[in-house]
Design a binder for this molecule. Sequence first.
Ligand SMILES: [Fe+2]
Ligand SMILES: [Fe+2]
Length: 177
Amino acid sequence: MSRGRDRHGDKGPGTRPFHLAARLLEVTLARPLGPGEQAEVAALLRTGAERSMYWDQPRADQRHGLAAARLVRSSRPRRTDLVRAALLHDVGKHRAGLGPVGRSLATILGLLGIAGPARFADYLDHGRIAARELDRAGAEPLVIAFALHHHRERPEEISREDWDLLQSADRAVLGGG
Ligand SMILES: [Fe+2]
Ligand SMILES: [Fe+2]
């Protein structure tokens, strides 16, 4: 089974020991966004609700979204909706408030079909949580659809080309998942 297939099984980020170790390092070492990076993000956020969602994330998640957005923009600079979809796809994770160990535990228990605390369920459901919040914030349909489906199969409303670009950007940057 390919890694890509794994990602589409609605199972959240990987559970390998390497992933956890890398994630711990990322979270520990993640620097706050600098003024130039903050301005770059600000230019992509449209409402106070979107700003709250993005800036409420831990630094590592902010960096993950920005890095994915930059990758998408390097391929499709005129597609602001695609760039915003990459930037905002994981904003639902903040609700669970889990660190890297908790996130990995939630993923492992989820794969085993064991119900954990509500925060674990929230983490595993972060796509749906993000989609609901982005919908309320008035984000465009592609941004909502990618947040909702990014750990599932491609939905019809996202073209194969757009989907492949977004998925490859999410996987290519630190903190993928
Ligand atoms: Fe995700
Ligand atoms: Fe992600």
